[in-house]
Design a binder for this molecule. Structure first.
Ligand code: ZN
Length: 305
């Protein structure tokens, strides 16, 4: 039997009230322990690489991450995913994004994300539509982002409570409806109180704030879009909000900071990659089992619809 594509697996997650974690791997040795944890928990995950992770960390690029994933290939438990390729990057520079997608689709990514969220709406729609067409032509799924999931930028964040109360940067419901219709995107990354962990030098090892989610606002977006929604900045969100979010359309949750900091901390303390990998394994098991309640979910997720 042919293996199910990532698109169908994420749809299965949504239908079953589950959310698939996408684990970001800014260091290539993180791939093996994440894959081992997912298999040992009999769960399913995406292994994700984002442009900031090959510009600011050591992931090296989409082809390098794909090659590392291929060493541990286990399609029943994980697939590689290309996360954030921004049109305007976190430092305000224009990115030549088309060749990055060409390369990623060429080396076999089944799902990709174009992040036009720093653009005006019409330009975000145009860029996202273009990449969706490229992805679909290659048989891959495409994720877009609307709203501002802050945190990757170098400057200090506004105080979290202020941000949450004002709803500044939150995905607008009517814009989301239009965005999904006009781009043809398969999944939508939303901003509803979630924030990214910092990637800037000097900020990246700080503890993240315990973010919350505006569930009512999320429910409106779910109704308006009717496609699987994606929660970026999944590390450190209060668990109640995660579980409620999953009931309101969140079918994919990006987890980066949590396992990255586990890796970096263990590496700094011991100087040993094996210890750093063990720390990632333990943390990934904990996230799957106790944070996302995704242990044992593989059978449901990869069953034909
Ligand atoms: Zn993100």
């Amino acid at each position: 039997m042919a293996k199910l594509g990532t698109l169908q697996i994420v749809s299965n997650a949504r239908r079953n009230g589950l959310a698939i974690p996408a684990f970001n791997v800014p260091y290539l040795p993180m791939v093996e322990p994440v894959v081992r944890a997912v298999a040992d928990q009999d769960s399913f995950a995406l292994i994700a690489t984002a442009r900031p992770e090959w510009i600011k960390f050591q992931a090296r690029g989409p082809a390098a991450v794909m090659a590392e994933c291929a060493r541990w290939s286990d399609p029943d438990h994980f697939r590689p995913h290309l996360d954030h390729v921004p049109v305007i990057d976190e430092d305000g520079f224009q990115v030549d994004y088309v060749p990055i997608f060409e390369e990623a689709l060429e080396v076999g990514y089944e799902s990709v994300m174009i992040d036009g969220s720093r653009l005006p709406l019409d330009e975000n729609i145009a860029a996202t539509r273009l990449v969706c067409e490229m992805a679909h032509a290659a048989g891959a799924a495409c994720e877009g982002e609307l709203g501002a999931v802050l945190g990757h930028e170098a400057g200090p964040l506004p105080p979290y409570e202020e941000l949450f109360a004002s709803g500044r940067g939150f995905t607008d419901v009517e814009e989301a409806r239009r965005f999904v219709q006009e781009t043809g995107c398969d999944w939508l990354s939303v901003a509803v109180g979630n924030i990214h962990g910092a990637v800037a030098e000097g900020l990246r090892d700080k503890q993240k704030v315990a973010a919350r989610l505006n569930i009512e606002h999320l429910a409106h977006i779910e109704q308006a879009t009717a496609i699987p929604l994606v929660l970026h900045g999944g590390s450190g969100i209060q668990q109640d909000f995660i579980l409620q979010g999953v009931k309101h359309g969140i079918a994919k949750i990006n987890i980066g900071t949590d396992i990255r900091q586990a890796y970096e901390r263990a590496l700094t303390e011991t100087g040993a990659i094996t210890a750093a990998k063990d720390a990632v394994y333990d943390r990934t098991c904990w996230i799957l089992r106790h944070y996302l309640n995704m242990a044992g979910a593989r059978r449901v997720l990869t069953a034909p619809a």
